[in-house]
Design a protein around this ligand. Structure first.
Ligand code: KQY
Length: 374
């Protein structure tokens, strides 16, 4: 059980990870396990979160084929989570404000001696009172330390508001992010671009930061990179794509493509860029919106709104790729394309529209804990 409060949190380390020899490995490096949270918020998840809970359970089961999964659930949801998850998935009692482990969980870092530690970023619900998605978010802000405590891992507290979905690394010194998110005035208004680069370098052990412009069209996170573009291996990236010039996503993806084509990574390599055709466009239906509880502490979700659907929001498990599926004509193309990009991994699709309705997808609800490197 984990009942994290600010008063019982362990003291963070006084140093910074790079100075201690720690860096963030890529998602495609081997994992020890995958962390998730259990959805229950009725203004994010329709119909008392029932359909989302089934979708989260299906994601957990798909990942569990490749690596162990730990799911954190509130005391009110322990029984429900247990009834929908197989016995070999570990359930841990933990409070949170919603279920986005990528964004509220720790970023795990490793050193060359096989030790693992975690970074506890500051979290403000994707923008605080200036465009954030709900209020309050204190319980979310305690999840990273709760996870690290339950694993008995040392913690660095980073002086930066940052969600895990806003960064991707190649494990060889390069980081991908978007200006729309990390330079947004609703995250770290007092820090310059250079200050943010320095904090990323000191905490993640990266040398080179590739700044893409905007994230996916209508992405409510202010353009998280994990919905737009990710590494498939050092020197190779996958970018969400559309060939329809009348779609606002066209210009965004084109722009990211041009930036990537003209960039080199930390080791001086030019990028191989794989284009992954987006689904849809997809929209929330009136019926889906009616299933949500409305509340003045969170963003209203209306029928007819465009959803930021993207197949790039997949999770790389040990030997597997767990990919969003939307019952869309492009689903199969996404599975085949990813199968060609990752010939040594098994590609598994999971229906995830219910997760998308909450504003994210499979990558956003998961967080890999790497194996120590020795
Ligand atoms: O992109 C992600 N990493 C998270 C999406 C969060 C959406 C909140 N409603």
């Amino acid at each position: 059980m984990n009942n994290q409060t600010e008063s019982n949190m362990s003291t963070p380390l006084a140093s910074v990870p790079r100075q201690d020899g720690f860096f963030m490995p890529a998602e495609f490096a081997p994992h020890d396990k995958c962390w998730m949270l259990w959805p229950e918020r009725e203004d994010t998840w329709r119909l008392q979160a029932g359909p989302a809970q089934k979708a989260f359970a299906n994601v957990a089961k798909a990942i569990n084929r490749f690596e162990p999964v730990a799911v954190c659930a509130s005391s009110r949801q322990l029984e429900k989570a247990r009834s929908l998850l197989p016995a070999d998935i570990h359930i841990i009692e933990m409070e949170s404000d919603d279920a986005w482990m990528r964004d509220v969980g720790p970023t795990f870092i490793v050193n060359r001696q096989g030790e693992i530690r975690g970074i506890d970023w500051e979290f403000n619900a994707w923008g605080g009172l200036d465009g954030g998605l709900y209020y309050p978010w204190e319980r979310d802000n305690l999840v990273a330390s709760g996870v690290l405590e339950s694993e008995n891992l040392k913690r660095y507290k980073a002086p930066l508001i940052l969600e895990g979905g806003s960064i991707h690394v190649d494990g060889e010194g390069t980081l991908l992010t978007t200006e729309e998110c990390l330079l947004n005035q609703n995250r770290n208004p007092d820090l310059s671009k250079a200050d943010i680069e320095t904090l990323l370098q000191e905490h993640l052990g990266v040398e080179k930061i590739i700044w893409l412009g905007r994230g996916c069209y209508e992405d409510e996170t202010d353009g998280h990179v994990d919905n737009l573009c990710c590494f498939s291996k050092p020197g190779e990236v996958i970018l969400t794509w559309t060939d329809d010039p009348s779609d606002p996503q066209y210009e965004i993806s084109q722009n990211a493509y041009d930036t990537l084509r003209n960039a080199v990574d930390a080791r001086g390599r030019s990028f191989v860029i794989h284009k992954l055709q987006q689904p849809g466009p997809l929209y929330m239906t009136e019926e889906e919106s009616r299933g949500l509880k409305s509340d003045d502490t969170s963003l209203p979700r209306e029928g007819g709104e465009r959803l930021a659907g993207s197949y790039v929001n997949f999770y790389l498990a040990n030997g597997g790729v767990v990919v969003p599926q939307f019952n869309d004509p492009r689903d199969l193309n996404a599975l085949e394309t990813l199968g060609r990009i990752f010939p040594d991994r098994q590609v598994v699709g999971v229906q995830s529209r219910e997760i998308l309705l909450g504003g994210g997808n499979i990558h956003c609800i998961t967080q890999q804990q790497p194996k120590g490197i020795v």
